[in-house]
Design a protein around this ligand. Structure first.
Ligand code: TRP
Ligand code: ZN
Length: 881
């Protein structure tokens, strides 16, 4: 693995490489044990670089076999080669020359899952961000664009399938049961988009005719026997291709598009040109093995990787500081796609919840960094919620500010101007400025300044003057290495909701620019005065979550309850009830910490009941509305001196009060939502299941015995209902006979299907309370569990450490000790995975003192080994700093 060198990479140190690589030919000889790679690089010295300037190529754990310069074997003194790089001090003086590099790899023993590795016998690659240097010596940086020709040779039996990027050129048989295939990708691309797959897989094929009439052969390759489970992914792919043509005018550009599903993968999926490689979790689905959430994720990730073909591949990043250029934009595109495929407000609420759950804690803790960072020690650790999700929010705000037409023009200009190039965030912003004539200088701070801005707002109504006045103040809290912040341009969509529930149009506005229902906050304070207001309105602010900020509004309970029932913007309407829940939970928490009983307001319980029963609202929306904030959400809102046990108690109290106060409504609705007819994964059907399963949880919180959940578990004909029932049993009736039996039955039925068993690990990893530690420890020894498979690790250890607040943060530190031992074990083979797990401790300073001390010990233990990877060292040191 790559050991930490302590080196910090800085954006201001960027300079182009002395040499470019216009073309590369790669030949892979795949063997049972080792793989031989021959790379023929055509190098070109840049015009302004002096003759003979040294050539420095990246490497990572490489073993050189031999090297030839312009066809002649190089003498050992002509170069210096080690595992981490190759330097030719005096390269040929000609502008163009050739290098032939042979390296020997051992993919079967590559546990990092970067470079070339084997997953269930399949050879496959992962090169983003710096994995190509584990295959051959190369200037492994995204601004080196090359045309790739790839020849793969392997045993026909072991690997009937031989894939790489671009279009297939040639294939044939060789002696000794061997065969080969040649692929050519005409689009110059950075090394991180290179991919190879070889193995014995089943295939599902289809075809797509592009808007201009070209036929594209589509293929999804999966494990034998799982073909039927790829049908939904194929459908999602075709819908993505059509949608990108219709909405963005972007067409696919090769003759073939291949997707391969593998079971060992560090992340969700990878957008390699013409050959997307997926974690099989995000390809395989049918009603018996996947939940509605799995279907939705597959749709989104298939789309995301496909959309990268333009935003990422045709236009790529100059350097890794620009990662959000492709990721933020592509997340924005997949969000819009899902919104069009499903329910727009429901999708938006889900996005808000994800952003708050994952990005806010990052922005508010020791790992905070700007959407476009300025320095990094290990780039693997910057595939973050800030770069992806906040990066998408920033693109969304550009659209809010410019309006849809100028936004479309700006994006078109960016794509045309930079096609075939490696671009920067400055290029991106300039395209929108040029297309709209607007100045985005202040807005650009969203890319450069870390931290979640706070908006504080109050409002007053002057009936005599017919005036409604809103006071708005912005502040950006300090973050690591950025103590002083500049004022930001924050677009706040809003509405003034009249007593009849309709928006009031003010006759006049003073104090801030207000355009198309958006207040543009640019100064520290704005006093916005709306005139001609006849009746007292209720302010609905940050509608549609137009800006990713925290909002502190002085708003009364009755006003919030009014918005929760009447706001015309469904996102703000959901937010109003959510705020009421959160405020009630925080009051309950403080009561419990003061040894008093938590009590919950009858009005709130009734509002929730009314929303549950409101048939004008779609079930998916009602499911989200009735979902009580998670323990982690409550902890984030409390912010300091956190005691997870008191949070759990407050939450249980509220859920029980909701169930007690609405028992009739909930039970009636639960009965009426029962599934009828054949299964469909569509958003409407999924929404009904979601609502019914929230109701099951609430009803079970008020129940003495688990009959309802046990019955649902027994009767379920799809995984959504089955997994939901199993979770309710495990969490609400731990140790009960019905629970033990359900867990046993689930394992008996799905024990041979690792992806399904991940749900079983997850359910048990999240059983609240102190006993979870022993249970998780025991499950690490379960026959289906493996520390070398990232999905297993994330299902058990990742879920335990991020979702089980009472178990993981046990005051005696037992949860942390299990965690440290496991993370250090994983780090030996897969440092990237270990580092990601370690981020579970990032909010340790917000815990109460006893737990904080135990967490500090855990972090110190993680930092102790002398030979730590750069991945883990980077996370642990920033977390402790
Ligand atoms: N670029 C990929 C995406 O956003 C994600 C990715 C980055 C990745 N690095 C990776 C995937 C390493 C797997 C392994 O879709
Ligand atoms: Zn991506």
């Amino acid at each position: 693995m790559r050991k930490d060198t302590g080196r910090i990479f800085r954006i201001e140190d960027y300079r182009p490489c002395d040499y470019t690589v216009p073309a590369i030919e790669l030949a892979f000889t795949l063997g049972a044990d080792e793989t031989l790679v021959t790379a023929q690089l055509t190098l070109e010295r840049r015009e302004d670089v002096p003759e003979g300037a040294p050539l420095v190529l990246d490497g990572d754990e490489l073993a050189l076999v031999d090297l030839a310069i312009d066809g002649k074997t190089a003498a050992p003194g002509a170069y210096e080669a080690g595992p981490q790089g190759l330097t030719i001090a005096r390269p040929p003086s000609a502008r163009r020359f050739r290098l032939t590099i042979r390296t020997r790899l051992d993919p079967a023993r590559n546990g990092t899952l970067m470079g070339l590795f084997r997953s269930s016998g399949v050879w496959c690659t992962q090169c983003e961000p710096e994995g190509f240097r584990r295959i051959t010596y190369f200037p492994d940086r995204p601004d080196i664009l090359s045309v790739y020709t790839v020849r793969i040779e392997a045993d026909r039996d072991a690997a009937p399938l031989l894939l790489s990027n671009g279009n297939p050129v040639e294939r044939g048989d060789l002696e000794g049961g061997r065969h080969y295939a040649v692929w050519h990708d005409p689009f110059p691309k950075p090394s991180y988009l290179f991919a190879l797959v070889a193995g014995d897989l089943a295939v599902v094929t289809d075809s797509f005719v592009t808007a201009s009439g070209r036929e594209v052969a589509l293929a999804i390759h999966v494990e034998h026997g799982k073909e039927a489970r790829a049908a939904y992914a194929m459908d999602a792919l075709k819908r993505s291709m059509r949608w990108d043509e219709e909405v963005f005018g972007l067409e696919y550009d090769l003759d073939v598009f291949n997707i391969v599903a593998v079971s060992d993968f560090n992340m969700g999926a990878m957008e390699n040109k013409g050959l997307n490689i997926f974690n099989d979790k995000y390809v395989l689905a049918d009603e018996r093995t996947a939940t509605d959430a799995d279907f939705a994720n597959i749709e989104a990730i298939i789309a995301h990787e496909y959309f990268h073909n333009w935003t990422g591949n045709r236009i790529t990043c100059r350097d890794w500081f620009q990662l959000c250029l492709k990721e933020g934009l592509t997340v924005f595109r997949d969000h819009e796609f899902s919104a069009d495929m499903r329910s727009r407000p429901v999708k938006r609420i889900a996005e808000v919840r994800t952003l708050r759950a994952h990005q806010f804690p990052e922005d508010q803790g020791p790992l905070a960094h700007p959407v476009r960072p300025r320095r990094y020690r290990e780039i693997n650790n910057f595939y973050t919620a800030t770069v992806y999700e906040k990066g998408s929010e920033v693109v969304r705000m550009i659209r809010t500010i410019l309006g849809p037409d100028d936004f479309r023009r700006g994006l078109k200009l960016y794509l045309e101007r930079h096609d075939g190039e490696a671009a920067t965030i400055e290029d991106f912003i300039r395209a929108f400025e040029d297309a709209s004539g607007r100045d985005l200088e202040q807005f650009a701070l969203w890319y450069h300044q870390a931290g979640t801005p706070n908006i504080a707002a109050t409002s007053t109504y002057d009936a005599a003057a017919g005036a409604f006045t809103v006071e708005i103040e912005q502040s950006v809290p300090p973050t690591p290495s950025e103590s002083r912040k500049r004022l930001m341009h924050i677009p706040l969509a809003f509405g003034l909701v009249g007593p009849d529930g309709r928006d009031i149009e003010p006759a006049s506005v003073e104090g801030a620019t207000v355009e198309n229902g958006v207040i543009h906050v640019r100064k520290r304070r704005h006093t916005v005065r709306f005139g001609g207001i006849e009746e007292r309105p209720v302010l609905s602010l940050n509608r549609g979550f137009s800006a990713p900020v925290t909002l502190a509004m002085e708003q009364s309970g009755p006003d919030l309850a009014f918005l929760a029932r009447n706001d015309g913007d469904l996102v703000a309407r959901w937010q109003a009830l959510n705020t009421l829940f959160t405020e009630a939970l925080i009051r309950g928490y403080h009561a419990i910490r003061a040894q008093k009983a938590a009590s919950f307001d009858d009005g709130l319980i009734a509002t929730a009941g009314a929303i549950a029963a409101d048939e004008t609202l779609e079930p998916a929306y009602r499911a989200l509305a009735l979902t009580v904030p998670a323990e982690t959400d409550i902890a984030r809102e409390i912010g300091a001196d956190i005691n997870p046990d008191a949070i759990l108690a407050a939450r249980e109290g509220l859920v029980a009060a909701l169930a007690a106060g609405n028992a009739g409504i909930f039970a009636d609705l639960y009965g009426r939502l029962a599934d009828s007819g054949p299964f469909s994964p569509d958003a409407r059907s999924a929404g009904r299941r979601a609502l019914r399963n929230v109701l099951l949880d609430h009803l079970s919180a008020g129940a003495a015995a688990p009959e309802r959940a046990a019955a649902q578990f027994a009767d379920a004909t799809n995984m959504t209902d089955k997994a939901a029932a199993m979770t309710v049993l495990a969490h609400r009736f731990p140790g009960h006979g019905e629970t033990v039996e359900a867990l046993r039955a689930f394992e008996a039925r799905h024990g041979d299907d690792p992806l399904v068993m991940d749900k079983w690990y997850q359910t048990q990893a999240t059983v609240p309370g102190a006993s979870a530690v022993a249970m998780v420890e025991a499950l690490t020894r379960h026959r289906g569990f493996s520390l070398s498979n990232p999905n297993r690790v994330r299902a058990l250890i990742g879920t335990f450490s991020t979702m089980n607040q009472t178990g993981f943060h046990r005051p005696d530190g037992a949860g942390y000790r299990l965690f440290v031992k496991t993370v250090l074990d994983i780090e030996k083979r897969n440092p990237q995975l270990a580092a990601r797990l370690a981020t579970a401790l990032r909010s340790w300073r917000s815990l109460e003192p006893e737990r904080q001390e135990a967490a500090r010990e855990a972090l110190t233990a993680l930092a102790a080994p002398p030979d730590l990877s750069s991945d883990l060292r980077d996370i642990v040191e920033r977390t402790l700093a």
